[in-house]
Design a protein around this ligand. Structure first.
Ligand SMILES: Nc1nc2c(ncn2[C@@H]2O[C@H](COP(=O)(O)OP(=O)(O)OP(=O)(O)O)[C@@H](O)[C@H]2O)c(=O)[nH]1
Length: 375
């Protein structure tokens, strides 16, 4: 019988998180670049003698803003933010930028009509992350901050306030914020629907993945999963020197069960044997259906001698078990091989398989271990 070895692929969770972190940090870089532009504008205003000289307050709020933004980036970089509900820290950064822009407008009221664009620039960042409610909240927060700017300007540079003009700007800002809040809410609804579809797909994919590695009749893992696990076990053995043993288990004269009692009873026997195997091994071991009436056990951390004790118990428990409603007696033959450093996974499987044929040849209902002489 020719056996096809298919090794499964692994989803690289670390690479996915790394990419996500990179995307988030890129967006923060963009936001910072926008803020730097307004800081530059402040200096330009001062340079052309239109704005005011950077004061202690200017340096203070700039340092506070930078510390706040660097802290959030550090949170993202160290993946602490990933544990929370807002891994991109969008809301705190938006509030921080709005506060900072408001501060700049208070310190240089002459530049207010340009700085106000900072409010508008930051809003699109929320489209990707904020809930509809948070978006409305940010819009209201912006309007309150701008009102404080006007209030402060009234005391610091009232000559710059032209009531009719302020009303027009105020209405334009409010309208823009309302539009953003509306768009943000629409995006949130879309993202929610998309997220739900995504979770549905992920659940379906997990189910498909489970089915792809599960044997339908016995509920044990199938050959595909066994081969994947064998590869991992092999890596552990090579890197950490953990030994492991492979055992092929085959029901003796199983064809007779089918011939004499039909396939339904044959299926019941297979399912009951699978259950016996599953409960006989530890969590770190694996019981899999290799195909037909052949099963494979991967016994981790054991050498041939220790594995023989486990397998002998299994052989005896099969002997003592009465299978199906017909209370049939069954026997199994077992071929065992221990993994040798640096050999391929197929090699240890093939050697255990050869030992199984040896057990059959020697009269069945027995365990055959590989020994230097036999292999
Ligand atoms: N009921 C049932 N039978 C199966 C299934 N898969 C394989 N078989 C049967 O298992 C039997 C295997 O028979 P053989 O390979 O001749 O081996 P055997 O009769 O067990 O004899 P030895 O292995 O030499 O002791 C065949 O009759 C297959 O039809 C299954 O899923 N359900």
């Amino acid at each position: 019988m020719r056996r096809l070895i298919i090794l499964g692929s692994y989803i690289d969770q670390e690479a996915f998180m790394g990419q996500l972190r990179k995307d988030i940090l890129r967006r923060h870089g963009l936001a910072s670049a926008g803020v730097l532009l307004f800081i530059a504008l402040y200096y330009v205003g001062y340079g052309i003698e239109y704005g005011r000289a950077p004061s202690v307050w200017f340096y203070l709020i700039t340092v506070l803003y930078l510390v706040g933004h660097i802290a959030t980036v550090w949170f993202i970089y160290t993946e602490r933010a990933m544990e929370g509900t807002d891994p991109s820290m969008t809301l705190p950064v938006m509030l921080l930028v709005i506060l900072y822009m408001s501060g700049l407008m208070m310190l240089a009221p002459e530049l207010r009509s340009i700085m106000i664009l900072g409010y508008l620039n930051i809003m699109p960042f929320g489209v990707f992350r904020l809930t509809g409610r948070a978006f409305v909240g940010v819009s209201l927060f912006t309007i309150v901050c701008y009102s404080l700017v006007i209030f402060s300007t009234h005391y610091s540079a009232s000559e710059l306030l032209v009531p009719e003009f302020e009303v027009v700007i105020g209405v334009a800002l409010m309208t823009s914020m309302l539009v953003y809040a509306f768009i943000g809410r629409e995006f949130f609804i879309l993202r929610k629907a998309y997220g739900e579809k995504n979770s549905e797909l992920r659940r379906a994919l997990a189910r498909i993945e489970e089915l792809a590695v599960t044997d339908e009749l016995t509920g044990l893992n199938n050959r595909r999963y066994l081969l994947k696990t064998l590869e991992k076990q092999r890596a552990l053995s090579i890197r950490q020197g953990i030994p492991f043993v492979v055992a092929f288990i085959d029901i003796d004269y199983f064809k007779r069960v089918n011939d004499e009692h039909g396939h339904r009873i044959g299926d019941q026997v297979l399912a009951e044997l699978a259950h016996l195997l599953r409960v006989s091994v530890r969590e770190i071991d694996l019981a899999a259906r290799y195909g037909g009436e052949e099963f494979v056990l991967l016994l981790s951390g054991l050498n041939l001698e220790a594995a023989t004790g486990v397998l002998e118990r299994i052989r005896v428990s099969v002997e003592n078990h009465r299978f199906s409603e017909l209370e049939l007696e069954q026997r199994v033959s077992i071929g065992v091989a221990q993994y040798r450093p640096d050999e391929a996974s197929e090699d240890v499987l093939n050697r255990a398989d050869r030992m199984l044929y040896e057990a059959k040849r020697l009269g069945r209902n027995r365990i055959t271990l590989e020994s230097e002489g036999v292999v």
